[in-house]
Design a protein around this ligand. Structure first.
Ligand SMILES: NC(=O)c1ccc[n+]([C@@H]2O[C@H](COP(=O)([O-])OP(=O)(O)OC[C@H]3O[C@@H](n4cnc5c(N)ncnc54)[C@H](O)[C@@H]3O)[C@@H](O)[C@H]2O)c1
Ligand SMILES: N[C@H](CO)Cc1c[nH]c[nH+]1
Ligand SMILES: [Zn+2]
Length: 446
C-alpha cells in the first residue's frame, strides 16, 4: 500500500505544499562530497582514473576509452531486425518533432538603418550521456543524438558505462543505436567519471588518441551522474538535471485504476530512488490503485527496484478536495512526467505550469513518450521542472544577436547612450559615441 497524504480541507502555502510532497533521496547533494573527490581525481589523472572508477563500480576495464569502429559495426550486425526496426521508427518520429523545433533566424529593424538579427549557432562539441547501470538505454541514445543533429552540432560523443558481458564496451544495442544514427565516437565510461572525462578530456590508453573535452554535457543518469553534472557546470554547459525517474498522475473517479497503477509501476522500475505519485480526489480510485499495486506489481525481474521505489518516502497517494487543489499540488510538485486521467484532461493539461512533459488522457502513457511518441524523454527531475524544460533542439543552440547600425542610425541614438553612460559613470563609453559624432561633424565642415 502506498503512503497516503490527506490534503483535503487544508489550505497550504507553496512552501507548505512542497514540504508535504513525497520526495526522496534522489537529491544529488546527498552524494556531492564523494562525487567531488572523484571529479577532481579525473581532472588531475584523466582517462586512467576514469577507467579505474569504472573497474570499481562497473566491474570491468575496457582496453580503451574510445570504442573501436569495428566493435560498433559488429554490434549493429548482431542486433535483431525487430529491434533495428523499432529503433528506426522511434528515430523517425523523434526526428520529426525535433526538426520542427529548429527556430528561424529573424531580423528586427529597430530604426531605418539599424537592425538586430537573432541567429542560432549550434554548440561546437557535445557529450551525450547514455545510462547503463541498472538498465541499459538505447532509447536515450536517440533522445540525445537526434536533437543535437537537428541543431547542427558538428562534433558529438556518446558516453555509456562499460558492460561486463560485452568485453567492457557499452551494451551492444546502445552501440547499434549509435551506428544507426551515424555516431562514430563512443566512449566506454559511465557514471560521474564519464561526466568528468567529457568535461576535462584526456588521452586514451594508447597514450596517443586525444579525448577532446566537450562544450556541453547532456543526458539522463542516476544520482551520481546528476551530482557530477552539477559539479562541472561552468567548466562545460549542462542541460537540465535529469535524475531518477518520476511520475505524477492527476486522476479523478473516471480514471481506469489499472492504467493508472501500471503507469506508476512503469517508472518505479527504473531505480529504487524513482518516484510514483498519485494525486486524486477519489478514495475509491486510490483504493483500486493500491489493490493493483499490492497484487500485480513487481512480479518481473525488476520487482526489487519497484517495491523499494513504491515503498520509499518519494512515492505515495495525495488526496485532494477537487481538481483545483489537484492542480496546485501538481504545480508545486513539478513532476518529470505528469499524466492526466480526468474527465476534462485536455483542459486541465493547458492549465499546468510545471511539469517536464504532460501526458493527456488514458491513451498517452509515459512509456509512449519514453520510446516513440516523438517527444523527448530526457526530462527535468526533483522539482526542477519549475524552471527547466526537457532536452530539445534548443538545448544545443545558442541565440546570438548580430547588431548592424549605419552611421545615421547610430547618431540618432548617440545622445541617449551618452546620457546613460554618464549616469553609470563610464565616460569611455560616452567617448565611443563622441568620436563618431565629431567625425561626422568634421565631414560637414566646408
Ligand atoms: N530523467 C530522465 O530524463 C531519465 C531518463 C532515463 C533514465 N533516467 C534515470 O537514469 C538513471 C539510470 O541509472 P543507472 O544506475 O541505471 O545508470 P547510470 O548510467 O546513470 O549509472 C551507472 C553508473 O553509476 C556509477 N555508480 C554506480 N554505483 C556507484 C556508487 N556507489 N558510487 C559512484 N558511482 C556509482 C557507475 O559508474 C555506473 O557506471 C535511473 O535513475 C533512471 O531513472 C532518467
Ligand atoms: N522514463 C525514463 C525517463 O525518466 C526514460 C526511459 C527510457 N527507457 C524507458 N524509460
Ligand atoms: Zn521509463
Amino acid at each position: 500500500m502506498l503512503v497516503r497524504t490527506d490534503l483535503r480541507g487544508r489550505t497550504l502555502t507553496t512552501a507548505q505544499l512542497r514540504a508535504a510532497m513525497p520526495r526522496g533521496g534522489s537529491d544529488p547533494s546527498a552524494v556531492m562530497d564523494k562525487v567531488a573527490a572523484l571529479v577532481q581525481d579525473i581532472h588531475k589523472h584523466g582517462a586512467s582514473a576514469a577507467l579505474s572508477y569504472g573497474e570499481k563500480f562497473d566491474g570491468i576495464r575496457p582496453t580503451s576509452v574510445r570504442v573501436p569502429a569495428a566493435v560498433i559495426d559488429a554490434a549493429l550486425d548482431s542486433t535483431d531486425d525487430a529491434v533495428k526496426d523499432a529503433l528506426n521508427e522511434a528515430i523517425r518520429r523523434i526526428r520529426m518533432v525535433h526538426a520542427a523545433q529548429r527556430p528561424d533566424r529573424h531580423t528586427v529593424t529597430v530604426v531605418p538603418g539599424g537592425t538586430v538579427t537573432e541567429k542560432w549557432i549550434p554548440v561546437g562539441r557535445v557529450g551525450l550521456y547514455v545510462p547503463g547501470g541498472k538498465a541499459v538505454y538505447p532509447s536515450s541514445v536517440v533522445m540525445n543524438v537526434v536533437p543535437a543533429q537537428e541543431a547542427g552540432v558538428q562534433s558529438l560523443v556518446v558516453a555509456s558505462p562499460p558492460q561486463t558481458d560485452n568485453d567492457g564496451w557499452p551494451h551492444p544495442t546502445i552501440l547499434a543505436a549509435c551506428a544507426l544514427l551515424g555516431v562514430e565516437e563512443v566512449w566506454a565510461v559511465g557514471g560521474a567519471q564519464a561526466v568528468a572525462l567529457l568535461a576535462y578530456g584526456g588521452v586514451d590508453t594508447d597514450d596517443a588518441t586525444v579525448l577532446e573535452p566537450v562544450d556541453l554535457v547532456t543526458g539522463p543518469g542516476n544520482v551520481f551522474v546528476t551530482a557530477a553534472k552539477r559539479l562541472v557546470r561552468g567548466v562545460v554547459g549542462i542541460d537540465a538535471e535529469a535524475g531518477p525517474s518520476e511520475i505524477a498522475v492527476l486522476a479523478d473517479q473516471t480514471a481506469n485504476p489499472t492504467f493508472v497503477a501500471a503507469d506508476m509501476v512503469s517508472q518505479a522500475e527504473h531505480d529504487p530512488l524513482a518516484a510514483s505519485v498519485l494525486i486524486t480526489d477519489s478514495e475509491e480510485l486510490a483504493d483500486a490503485v493500491d489493490m493493483y499495486i499490492d497484487t500485480e506489481a513487481g512480479k518481473d525481474v525488476t520487482a526489487e527496484r519497484i517495491n523499494t521505489a513504491l515503498a520509499g518516502p518519494q512515492s505515495g497517494i495525495i488526496l485532494v478536495d477537487d481538481m483545483e487543489q489537484g492542480l496546485q499540488v501538481v504545480n508545486a510538485y513539478a513532476a518529470e512526467h505528469l499524466e492526466i486521467h480526468t474527465a476534462d484532461a485536455a483542459t486541465l493539461a493547458d492549465r499546468v505550469q510545471s511539469a517536464g512533459a504532460i501526458f493527456v488522457g488514458s491513451y498517452s502513457p509515459v512509456p509512449l513518450g519514453d520510446y516513440a511518441a516523438g517527444s523527448n524523454h530526457v526530462l527535468p527531475t526533483c522539482g526542477s521542472a519549475r524552471y527547466n524544460a526537457g532536452l530539445s533542439t534548443y538545448t544545443f543552440l545558442k541565440p546570438v544577436h548580430l547588431i548592424d547600425y549605419n552611421e545615421e542610425a547610430l547618431l540618432g541614438i548617440a545622445d541617449a547612450i551618452q546620457t546613460l553612460a554618464s549616469e553609470e559613470v563610464l565616460p569611455a563609453h560616452g567617448t565611443s559615441l563622441e568620436v563618431r559624432k565629431q567625425a561626422a561633424a568634421a565631414r560637414q565642415q566646408p
